[in-house]
Design a protein around this ligand. Structure first.
Ligand code: AMP
Ligand code: ZN
Length: 310
């Protein structure tokens, strides 16, 4: 099947440059790259910059593995909305005979999936997904709700591409706000100013735009339209490579979707609301490399200082 994401010469050239410079390391699979020391220094510096500049949130730091209990992704609705992006984990299930047959099939380059069974885990599609069930398990929220900082979590989306900005596995750093509808909506509104400013401080020409998630199929088009009319999703866009700008961060209002699904309640028993702000770390690092050049040693000193490269 042709990729949904057509890519142009600019993306191909940028990818080749990143690989030549040792910033990214080819693995053989489109969308999956190793990260060289300079790229990683930039990404980790950026992660620390985001942690520092969002510390006034006094968010609770929670960290989760890159895989989720499968039940959680089933409950979340992700498999209905984004069946094309989800990654599930299968593992060998069989005895000696099946192990031998599997090995032989692999040796012959044949399909060996018949020997695999779906496991109890799936790949995390966003950093905030494991947060909702964890908060629900605590019982009712305090009056002013909670704010969680997920750190730079490794997430997966099955959208293979040769565009270096469209990865299969990448780090997403999120702040998640869960509480009363009014407080949550106010919080997301505040972030409309703050998030683009944080990125402009790094010399990026960032602008905010109303957006929609890539919902699957015809029914998905209706969901996408509704998401736009209600301004549920905003994205921070920057030109990286190609004609279209790329989203480097998003600000999402979920209404009571996650709270109702996982049972997160306010002190009076009403269903909470939630919102999240997600920063794509690799994409921001790529935007910086595009804006300031492939050698961070030559970046403007203000940018170097902010992300701790001095
Ligand atoms: P989303 O939940 O789709 O709004 O994603 C949050 C952020 O993650 C986006 O704004 C991007 O910065 C980043 N992101 C999403 N998909 C990808 C991808 N395939 N490769 C790299 N970064 C991504
Ligand atoms: Zn989120």
């Amino acid at each position: 099947m042709a990729s949904r994401h057509s890519i142009g010469a600019d993306q191909e050239t940028f990818l080749a440059e990143l690989i030549d410079a040792g910033l990214l390391i080819e693995t053989g699979a489109p969308g999956l790259y190793g990260r060289g020391p300079v790229f990683e220094q930039v990404r980790l510096g950026l992660d620390a910059y985001l942690a520092r500049t969002t510390s006034s949130e006094r968010a609770e730091s929670l960290r989760f593995p890159p895989v989720l209990p499968r039940r959680q992704i089933e409950m979340s609705g992700y498999l209905k909305s984004f069946p094309h992006l989800a990654g599930t984990v299968f593992a060998f299930a069989g005895g000696n005979r099946e192990a031998r047959k599997q090995g032989e099939a692999i040796g012959r380059g044949e399909d060996w999936s018949v020997h695999q069974r779906m496991t109890e885990v799936a790949l995390a599609p966003a950093a905030c997904y494991p947060v909702y069930p964890a908060i629900a398990a605590r019982g009712r929220l305090p009056e002013d709700g909670v704010t969680v900082d997920t750190g730079g979590a490794c997430v997966f989306r099955h959208e293979p591409s040769r565009d270096p900005s469209r990865l299969l596995a990448f780090h997403m750093r999120e702040l998640v706000r869960i509480g009363g509808a009014e407080a949550v909506n106010r919080w997301r509104d505040e972030w409309q100013e703050r998030a683009p400013d944080l990125l402009r401080e790094l010399g990026l020409d960032a602008r905010l735009a109303v957006a929609n998630d890539p919902f699957f199929g015809r029914a998905g088009q209706i969901l996408a339209r509704r998401q736009r009319t209600q301004e549920m999703k905003l994205e921070i866009l920057v030109r990286i490579a190609g004609r279209e700008p790329t989203a480097i961060a998003s600000l999402n209002r979920h209404g009571d979707h996650f709270a109702a699904t996982f049972g997160i309640e306010m002190p009076d028993g009403t269903v909470a609301h939630s919102a999240c702000v997600g920063f794509g770390e690799e994409r921001i690092a790529l935007a910086l490399l595009r804006a300031h050049g492939l050698d961070p040693g030559r970046w403007p000193s203000q940018v170097r200082k902010e992300i701790g490269l001095n």
